[in-house]
Ligand binder design. Structure first.
Ligand code: DON
Length: 580
């Protein structure tokens, strides 16, 4: 047999085997998860952290769904195929622009349980116990995600039954895990054993390897209860019973009433302008929209395009804007339903210009107060962002999280999903940094039913009232600074979308007083910043930014007509862009 014929035969046999494992319902091979990093399409696009989840979203668009259908189905798929951040047991925020031009923001952030209280992580000697706010049953806030999905449903076209089916199939039949996922599960085996009362599927006798199939029967059963009983399939009945039983076994405090009373809330979007663009962000309890507003307004009147991308001048200016915005975050920001956050003062242009009065070009500013034993920031990038757009003009930007990777590390016994460790986003004691090094005080103190302050920054940028950018990223406190830099890169530095996503990022958050930089940050720039007096700290990576940019025909060659969606997934992870 000729070598080419033989190879062809092998190829046919190989694809035959794989199509046997193809889902009965879905048009794509659920055992083949190759990440596509960029698409330019005309009908609709989805970018998320996992190729299977992006494909599920695309499938919904192709079946006649809109961006909201894709958003619901993609989030549900992420809860199965990306258990470190995709979730049923966490919470998130959605910023959306409807085809008719209306703007919506949906808050499905977790809340402190009714039994939560200000000093719940402080012992009799006044010591704060972050190990309790960051791991195990007591670190979990009341989950908001399922309420968020049902609050989104009225804007979608397809029934929940159809939107949830791909997730059920992926949980029941399984999917192949990658080498990185295997490594991550193996490295956490002992931690999972420590924080679980019932052994979860994520722990197995031997080690996980690249290409193993992860089947999640308990999670499939939970998804079916949600399919059959709606929101009550999670917040009441069997799933609620399993959550409360889990709490009892692990000394947690979430009760039936917490679950039954949970409500996702539509809030007034935080909107501001920047150089003629309208920027639509999330209001409190996320600091994201306001921080972005503050940082962008602090640099708007400076000649950034002249300074240039990653020039010492532009980077220093942006660092100093970041420092000042994060100082305000620590002092003033928290759940505005519980604390009077002075949003109009903090976003007032003359206040922000005043804030920059002590900025000295070429010289590092100061965070002034002594630093109360700040620990280094952990290298977790395990929140997740999805950006979606459709041809009707619906645009959806969602960031969702369990907080840390795999949240509290506790899986609800019999229900198959991880609980979040979002309680650590509260200021558990004034001056005590959370896992991202962020400090806070009264504005973000724990109270029953209060939502913990977030940095998540799902964002939509409008040009002439039409979608221009749909973007966001995970990364804890680095989220607002990454979104800030990505928008500046595109608007001020006229950078192409892939570079805006993948070029090195930097981050300052007031305290600790240092600049975090990605490892590919240029050497000469490091030297310039150090000379100005900055302390630099290298990090493996900052964020995983997903961007959809709307291109108009002038941006492409003359044969193209109308608008196109350029969807770009971050190279830092397995993130994938899909569209048609
Ligand atoms: O809401 C917040 O700001 C955090 N819980 C987000 C956590 C996160 O991004 C983790 N990944 N890096």
């Amino acid at each position: 047999m000729k070598k080419t014929t033989y190879l062809l035969l092998l190829l046919v046999l190989y694809s035959g085997c794989h199509s046997l494992r193809k889902s009965e319902q879905l048009s794509f091979n659920t055992f083949n998860a190759v990440s596509q990093k960029k698409v330019i399409v005309q009908n609709g696009a989805v970018v998320s952290a996992h190729p299977l989840a992006s494909k599920v979203g695309l499938e919904m668009l192709k079946m006649g769904g809109n961006a909201f259908d894709a958003a619901i189905a993609t989030q549900l798929a992420l809860a199965v195929v990306y258990p470190n951040a995709g979730n049923l047991g966490g919470g998130g925020f959605m910023v959306a622009r409807l085809a008719n031009g209306d703007l919506k923001t949906l808050d499905y952030r977790e809340k402190a349980p009714i039994k939560g209280f200000k000093e719940m992580y402080i012992d009799e000697n006044g010591k704060a116990h972050t190990e309790l706010s960051q791991n195990g049953h007591l670190s979990a806030g009341v989950p908001g995600t399922v309420a968020g999905l049902f609050a989104t449903l009225p804007y979608a076209r397809l029934p929940m039954k159809q939107l949830i089916q791909p997730a059920i199939e992926l949980a029941e039949k399984g999917f192949l895990i990658t080498a990185a996922e295997a490594r991550s599960l193996n490295s956490l085996k002992k931690t999972f054993e420590k924080y679980n009362t019932v052994r979860p599927v994520f722990v197995k006798a031997g080690p996980w390897s690249d290409g193993d199939t992860l089947i999640q029967k308990d999670l499939a059963a939970t998804l079916k209860r949600i399919r059959d009983n709606g929101q009550k399939g999670f917040y009441e009945g069997e799933t609620a019973r399993l959550i409360v039983e889990e709490m009892k076994r692990g000394h947690g405090i979430i009760g039936y009433k917490d679950l039954k009373n949970y409500k996702a809330i539509f809030r007034e979007p935080h909107v501001f302008t920047y150089k003629g663009y309208s920027i639509v962000g999330m209001p409190m309890p996320s600091s994201g929209g306001l921080l972005l507003n503050q940082m962008m307004k602090m640099v708007e009147d400076r000649p950034l395009p002249e300074y240039g991308f990653l020039s010492p001048r532009s980077v220093q200016l942006m660092i100093e804007a970041e420092r000042r915005a994060f100082a305000d975050r620590a002092e003033y920001m928290g759940d505005a339903d519980f604390y009077p956050v002075p949003v109009s003062m903090l976003s007032n242009e003359s206040y922000l210009q005043d804030r920059m009065k002590d900025f000295v070009p070429g010289k590092a500013g100061s965070s002034k107060i002594t630093q109360p034993g700040l620990s280094p920031v952990k290298e977790s990038e395990e929140t997740t962002h999805l950006s979606i757009i459709d041809r009707d003009g619906n645009a959806v930007s969602i960031t969702t999280t369990l907080n840390n990777s795999y949240g509290s590390k506790t899986v609800v016994g019999g229900a198959g999903f991880f609980l979040n460790d979002e309680m650590d986003d509260f200021s558990i004691k004034p001056g005590v940094p959370n896992m991202f090094g962020a400090v806070g005080g009264e504005a973000n103190a724990i109270m029953p039913g209060k939502r913990m302050l977030s940095s998540m920054t799902p964002t939509i940028v409008l040009k002439d009232n039409a979608p221009f950018l749909v973007l966001g990223t995970p990364g804890g406190t680095t989220i607002p600074t990454s979104v800030f830099q990505t928008i500046i890169d595109i608007i001020d530095f006229d950078m192409n979308t892939e570079d805006a996503v993948n070029q090195p990022k930097f981050h300052h958050q007031w305290l600790p007083d240092r600049v975090d930089i990605e490892k590919n940050f240029p050497q000469s720039l490091r030297a310039s910043l150090e000379k100005m007096g900055y302390t630099l700290q290298e990090r493996e990576s900052i964020g995983r930014t997903e961007v959809i940019k709307v291109l108009y025909k002038t941006a492409l060659n003359e044969n193209f007509k109308g608008q196109f969606f350029e969807a770009v997934a971050d190279n830092r992870g397995n993130d994938a862009a899909e569209g048609y």
